[in-house]
Design a protein around this ligand. Sequence first.
Ligand SMILES: C[S@@+](CC[C@H](N)C(=O)[O-])C[C@H]1O[C@@H](n2cnc3c(N)ncnc32)[C@H](O)[C@@H]1O
Length: 271
Amino acid sequence: MEIKNYINSIIEGNCVEMMKQFDDNVIDLTITSPPYDDLRNYNGYVFPFKEIAQELFRITKPGGVVVWVVADATIDATETGTSFKQALYFKDIGFKLHDTMIFRKRNPIPQIYRKRYNNEFEYMFVFSKGIVKTHNPILVDCLHAGLELNGTTYKNYSKNEQVRDKPASPVKDKKIKGNVWEYVVGKKQEDQEAKGHPAPFPCELVRDHILSWTNAGDMVLDPMCGSGTTPRVAYELYRQYIGIDISPEYCEIARKRVKKIEIQPRLAFEY
Ligand SMILES: C[S@@+](CC[C@H](N)C(=O)[O-])C[C@H]1O[C@@H](n2cnc3c(N)ncnc32)[C@H](O)[C@@H]1O
């Protein structure tokens, strides 16, 4: 079936079977989080990782991006390393590992003390099919804007001597944001809409990725969309979306969430 039959809808089903029906090279951005290491019980649904990765490669456009948000369980006193194994598998099948980013939770759940520090982050592996075609970098304020600093970067010095051969230019007002992104989880009204799902993304995290890796009108997929955070935010940002989840219950939450946003005036985001 052609992809146009699925555009702007939440589909119930096993994502491998659904993605097999898509044409090649149709998705600009996938942002998703798999059910990792059986950390949570998703009613025992199957999770055929390798097939999912292969289908994602086939359906991603050249230059398109997959953001894979994942963490490891600790079993028998050791982290499983599943995240790294998955990242290397994505590389094996042809994706570039464009960036290993960190999603830091500002309000992590306190864990039982087992001689290790409280875990407060997940990986956000950014894979690309070839060279990334779209990057709209998020900018942040420079702490030392306007100052001419004594400390220096390499380019302020001549090649072999530690002598400044031209005056350092003042620090700019803005710089490109770093690759550790911090969010408060589950507190905002827009995130509370996901109640009923055990592990929703913060909307803000999805928003930052969609703005970074796509332009208006692009096609955004979440093949394990749970409460529908990715479709919801994609719609809000004037992107096309496809959401898939194997659970009828979660699909229902996702559809209600998207419907709610569809009847509101869309926010005037820069896109
Ligand atoms: C970590 S949750 C995703 C949460 C989502 N990011 C959100 O914002 O709500 C993983 C989801 O994968 C779904 N899932 C597990 N196996 C699946 C499969 N084979 N096909 C589609 N969805 C699947 C589960 O039902 C669950 O909702």
